[in-house]
Design a protein around this ligand. Structure first.
Ligand SMILES: [Zn+2]
Length: 437
């Protein structure tokens, strides 16, 4: 018998590989944080000697990947609702950020967000916000796989007074985290409406020099594209194309406005598109044409955006919204299936972030990043198809256990790396401060 660290036995195992397999009564053998083998339970018990963890009424599947979020906005959840994007930004969010955002704020808010993500089965996220060093520190404590956007914005903020200071802070962060095992710096120029052509060129140069992903909010709403066009006589995507930024390393967030010229640029450059359906619906920004992009062979991943425009970080709910929006917007019930959205929330996210060799599916050799969802409950019974049950009927409260790199972050709904009570107390402290104004 070969010794290994753990055997994880599950009623159902959803692999989320390209040819997504749903296996019954199988076992994941885990060694040194990685998946050593996937095999039928009887065979596993004959082959390996290790403590057995039993998920008898659960599905296990890869941890969910939130491909676009602003974690620190969790402390602004519910602060300004029922508004249009530019009104929401200019008159509510940016003033609140100007007043409250600090290193301490971002650290506390990030911990709140990370507790929510772990409780909802998210194991990896792609963030962009000010004081990103605080978010990285929180992620180390939480044990989550973190892609931290080095936020660049062309207006003075509490974080950086000038554009040069933005870039200096980004480079210092990169130096500190470049070799970290699970914190990955990315470039995050905010958008084409908050940065100049020169700023974008500089962000692109840094990304190219250090081989970093570039995150940017792009063509999020019709108003944004129209304003940009009247000023520059071109669309935001066209500018990025001119600057040589539309490549597989680009993560284009939102993309609800795509015309024929845009499709040609996207197909040529092959970036990832991140769909944030709930934020897009709530701010009435528009609808990303997921079905068409997928048919064209583009990589489309899924994100919640920040909790101020969603208002949660629930990736199970986000999958359901993506499927429903994909169907109603095309009047086609076959569009954006349960399997498609599950892939968007796992393997496609890993591909977007350049870590699909490491995570995003339950595959031998990849990291043991997985979650257990308890399906033997009133809300998810009877059970004919585990994938559609998770996408169309399950809720984040049914996620019981979360593992990242073979380390357990949640056990039977108890957070193991974060202190729930402390997080609630800190949140209440901030809420009282912000509500008092
Ligand atoms: Zn965003």
């Amino acid at each position: 018998m070969e010794k290994t660290d753990y055997l994880i036995a599950a009623k159902w195992m959803i692999t989320c590989e390209d040819n997504n397999r749903v296996l019954e009564n199988h076992v994941l053998a885990i060694k040194n944080g990685n998946i050593l083998a996937i095999l039928p339970r009887k065979e596993a018990e004959k082959t390996y000697q290790a403590p057995l963890i039993e998920y008898a009424s659960h599905a296990i599947m890869p941890g969910l990947i939130n491909s676009h979020t602003h974690l620190a906005m969790n402390l602004f959840r519910g602060l300004a609702d029922d508004l249009e994007l530019m009104d929401w930004l200019n008159n509510h969010i940016w003033p609140a950020e100007g007043k409250w955002v600090s290193h301490e704020f971002v650290y506390d808010a990030s911990l709140l967000a990370m507790a929510e993500m772990i409780r909802g089965g998210t194991t990896c996220f792609n963030d962009m916000y000010f004081f990103f060093d605080a978010t990285a520190q929180a992620a180390i404590l939480a044990g989550l796989r973190a892609h931290i956007g080095m936020h660049i914005i062309g207006v003075p903020t509490a974080f950086a007074k000038t554009i040069d200071e933005n870039f200096e802070k980004a480079l210092a962060f990169y130096d500190q985290y470049q070799n970290h095992p699970y914190i990955t710096p990315t470039m995050a120029p905010h958008s084409t409406y908050t940065l100049s052509r020169e700023d974008l060129i500089q962000a692109n140069d840094i990304a190219n020099k250090y081989h970093l992903r570039i995150n940017i909010h792009l063509q999020e709403s019709q108003g944004e594209v129209q304003q940009f066009f009247s000023k520059h006589r071109k669309r935001p995507l066209q500018l990025l194309d001119e600057l040589g930024m539309v490549t597989p390393h680009l993560i284009a967030i939102h993309m609800t406005q795509i015309n024929d010229d845009d499709y040609a640029i996207l197909q040529k450059g092959n970036p990832t598109i991140v769909h944030c359906p709930e934020s897009n619906m709530k701010l009435v920004s528009g609808i990303c044409p997921v079905e068409k992009l997928t048919q064209l062979g583009m990589n489309v991943a899924l994100g919640t955006d920040g909790a101020a425009s969603n208002n949660d970080l629930d990736m199970i709910g986000e999958m359901r919204s993506a499927a429903f929006l994909g169907k109603i917007s095309t009047y086609n019930p076959k569009a954006v299936s349960a399997d498609t959205v599950l892939k968007m929330a796992t393997l496609n996210g890993a591909q977007a972030l350049g870590i699909d060799q490491i995570t995003g599916s339950l595959t031998v050799g990849k990291a043991a990043d997985f979650i257990a969802i308890h399906l033997d409950q009133i809300e998810t019974t009877p059970l004919y198809h585990p994938v559609s049950q998770i996408v169309y009927a399950a809720s984040p409260h049914q996620v019981t256990d979360v593992w990242v790199r073979g380390k357990q972050l949640m056990k039977n709904r108890q957070l193991l790396t974060l202190n729930e009570k402390e997080i609630m107390n800190k949140t209440s402290y901030w809420q009282q401060k912000i509500a008092r104004k």
